[in-house]
Design a protein around this ligand. Structure first.
Ligand code: ZN
Length: 130
């Protein structure tokens, strides 16, 4: 799980504290939701106020649009209160097969912490490429 440890630290750099209660996130707040070739979706749940943020990490074989769609579908599912992770749509969820591609880098992590509140349908504003 070396990659997961790596990405958790990247996520903490991007999302240092809870936007709701301002508690500082810890590594243990981050869980892997699903991993597909090119897109790795993570959830950060604040231990204090239980607000949830979905984070998509994009590897070299994925695209920002793919990540956006993943996060959007997960967010919509969560907003419907249908938060079961793997039972439905199992045909689209890849197993935890090892990725053959590149390691995730800091620049590939998409910051989605304002997604629920601020998403306006414009994908391009959600992806900072610096
Ligand atoms: Zn919080």
């Amino acid at each position: 799980m070396e990659d997961f440890d790596h990405i958790k630290h990247i996520v903490l750099q991007q999302l240092s504290r809870c936007v709701v209660c301002h508690r500082e996130y810890e590594v243990s707040d981050i869980t892997s939701v699903q991993r597909k070739p090119g897109v790795w979706t993570l959830m950060v749940e604040c231990e204090q106020c239980h607000s949830r943020n979905y984070i998509a990490a994009v590897t070299a074989e994925g695209s920002a649009e793919d990540a956006m769609l993943e996060v959007r579908s997960l967010t919509q599912r969560a907003m419907r209160g249908d938060d079961r992770s793997t039972d439905e749509e199992s045909d689209t969820i890849a197993s935890e097969a090892p990725l053959t591609g590149d390691r995730v880098t800091a620049g590939d992590v998409v910051d989605m912490h304002d997604f629920l509140n601020e998403f306006d349908g414009d994908f391009s504003t959600l992806f900072r490429s610096s």
